[in-house]
Design a protein around this ligand. Sequence first.
Ligand SMILES: [Zn+2]
Length: 237
Amino acid sequence: MLLSSLFFPRTCPFCGRYISDRQIREEHIEWLCVDCWRHLPRTEQDYLRENSTETTLTDGIVSRQHAMHLERAWAYLHYEKGHPIQQVIHRMKYSDQPELGYWLARQAVLDTKHEEFFDGIDVIVPMPLHPKRMRERGYNQAEYIARGLSEITGIPMDTTHVMRIRNTPKQALQDGEGRRTNVAEAFAVSHPEQMYRKHILVVDDLITTGETVKSCLHAMKRFRGARFSVFALCKAR
Ligand SMILES: [Zn+2]
């Protein structure tokens, strides 16, 4: 943990304002200032079928036509480069504040008026990190998000059946074609029989092209008869 986070008060990732103890105590809004909380760029995709997250994920290699049954997908927030939302992802991934993801995921569930999104889901599976990346970072931010969802919905989280077997270069450095080849065969599953016919919610922090999630879903095809839904904290426009 960074020493600075122990000695300096918490600031809002959007506007940089200090977050007062009073706000945390009275409003229970711990990680953003109240203004930015109200104006979060929510997608409201939890209401929308055929929303942009869903179409991104069903486009191409892993589609309904390829026997991959994607039930539904929801990204809580819009992501744009240059927008302060970038700070949220950055703090979660690189500034040792994965709790921000945990908190936002809980808020997403408390926020939605469409709890049916979670109906029938048996297990929540965060996108795994490669063990080497995990050692470098010390945590998997997707796991924090998944834990937030799991605690509010009561749906168990599983981190033992899917793993990342190839440590691919950072997605940010790749163009579209590069990303596709980059993440192919990056995932593997274990004990697929234990996931037989389950409805699995795959969880990630940010969906851009969707190639990483699609590659993971592709590996999970070995879970025979399973159905899949996806939750992401953010989706790039
Ligand atoms: Zn703010």
